[in-house]
Design a protein around this ligand. Structure first.
Ligand code: RB5
Length: 142
């Protein structure tokens, strides 16, 4: 199960991503928001981060205007490694190296075409399980 959430700046891109997940037969849970009316991104960042941290969802996708505020919020939750990605190299590397469990995107930064490729790369890349990366991730939690 994928947790997905956004603020008003990410609402339109979230609609595209949810359609894409449906096309891929991937289950998701939408934590809002539900329109382009102005809202506060921390509410949605926390909701998705808490669902992933609790194990209710395996991965999360968060979108705000830049992806910055909502990723900062998510990374406050213990056990969350939210990665703001603007290209597929970053999405692949953060899965291989950081075992990132939330992808953050900027709805005002990346177009839908690129965003969907980033989503696919993030979801389809497994953690490397390399000893050095396991060690470094453990140090984040110290
Ligand atoms: C909302 O205007 C905007 O500040 C928000 O979507 C995000 O970019 C914050 O980091």
């Amino acid at each position: 199960m994928i947790a997905i959430g956004c603020d008003h700046g990410g609402f339109e891109l979230k609609q595209e991503i949810m359609k894409h997940l449906q096309d891929r037969n991937l289950e998701y849970k939408d934590f809002g928001c539900y329109s382009t009316d102005s809202v506060d991104y921390p509410e949605y960042g926390k909701a998705v981060a808490n669902a992933v941290a609790a194990g209710e969802c395996e991965r999360g996708i968060l979108i705000c205007g830049t992806g910055i505020g909502i990723s900062i919020t998510a990374n406050k939750v213990k056990g969350i490694r939210a990665a703001l990605c603007t290209d597929c190299f970053m999405a692949e590397a953060t899965r291989l190296h950081n075992d990132a469990n939330i992808l953050a995107l900027g709805g005002r930064v990346v177009g839908a075409g690129l965003a969907l490729k980033i989503v696919d790369t993030f979801l389809d890349t497994e953690f490397s399980n390399d000893e050095r990366h396991i060690r470094r991730i453990a140090q984040i939690e110290d």
